[in-house]
Design a protein around this ligand. Sequence first.
Ligand SMILES: C[S@@+](CC[C@H](N)C(=O)[O-])C[C@H]1O[C@@H](n2cnc3c(N)ncnc32)[C@H](O)[C@@H]1O
Length: 274
Amino acid sequence: MFETLAKLTAKPALFASFDTGALWTDPHVSEMMLTCHLDETSALASRPAGQIDAMVHWLDRHLGLAGKSLTDLGCGPGLYAARFHKAGARVTGIDQSERSIAYAKAQGLPNTDFRVGDYNMGAVPPADIVTLIYGDVCAMPRDRRASLFQRIHSALPAGGVFVLDAFAASCFDAFTEAVVVAADLDGGFWAPPPYFGLKATFLYPDATTVLDRYLIVEKERSRWVHNWMQYMTPGQLSSELMAAGFEVGGALDVLTGDTWRDDQDMFCLLATKI
Ligand SMILES: C[S@@+](CC[C@H](N)C(=O)[O-])C[C@H]1O[C@@H](n2cnc3c(N)ncnc32)[C@H](O)[C@@H]1O
């Protein structure tokens, strides 16, 4: 017990124990995540439906989706992919959650290809447009981002566009370090009740990064989950994209495609392969 609590509360190095699988592929958690994705009032895993409609609408206006090929990385159950398809794009969706991909496939959309896969590994399927939506870029360390940006660059033709959104650096100020212990932490999200959830939140101000480290203790098993989130400025992210060979426009409002205001929590970038 002493060692466990010592481990829970010892601040790890930035992005140590990085593993998105524990969060997205555990059978119970992935079922809860899918429920959140499909709950139009929840913004936990995806934007509410009206906001997805709005984002796809302005992306279509900017990029002209009809007839284009599009690879949606971290597509989840295909909420954006279905709309990209409706706008006339040929969509490939990649996600590491088998459950989300099964849901996307079950929609039976023609000209779409949904695959279980890890976008941190291997080649990105070639396409005119690549998307990475709802802050996924903030959940990985800088070296993973650099590798992913290079592989996306290779997947695009000259003039092809990479669309991504991110949580703004100003959001970081809302977090504080804390330790929480609760029966059935987060209302049964982490495991079938009964279980205990221990959560330690660590702040990394120099990197505007937050770690939520969880220990989920069930009768028969216990497991660690690390949820990292780096809050970024448009300038920071743009310079990483430029280093990978992209030309990057100004930050945009995710819902309208208008110029982003620095009091908004998320921004979108369109990065063009040159
Ligand atoms: C925040 S959700 C966003 C889903 C979708 N883009 C949306 O906005 O509706 C992140 C998604 O990325 C997936 N994901 C996270 N890391 C991944 C990885 N390394 N490879 C493939 N999928 C990943 C998760 O399974 C999850 O479906």
